[in-house]
Design a protein around this ligand. Sequence first.
Ligand code: FES
Length: 67
Amino acid sequence: MYVCLCNGITERAVRDAALSGARDLSDLIAMTGCASSCGSCADVAMQILDEARPERRFPLALIPLAA
Ligand code: FES
């Protein structure tokens, strides 16, 4: 699914950016170009980015400790 029609950025690209360390809109723009034109995709892109952040997907409390 395209998130950013101006720049042809897909949801997958936003998720990949999150896994590569993108944490805010500035990171996302620098890494993908998403939201760098009209900006109308910024809210949806940030929602996807937030959901895809590794620390959100794997909260520290759920990481098993080594014995
Ligand atoms: S739709 Fe993403 S910058 Fe226009």
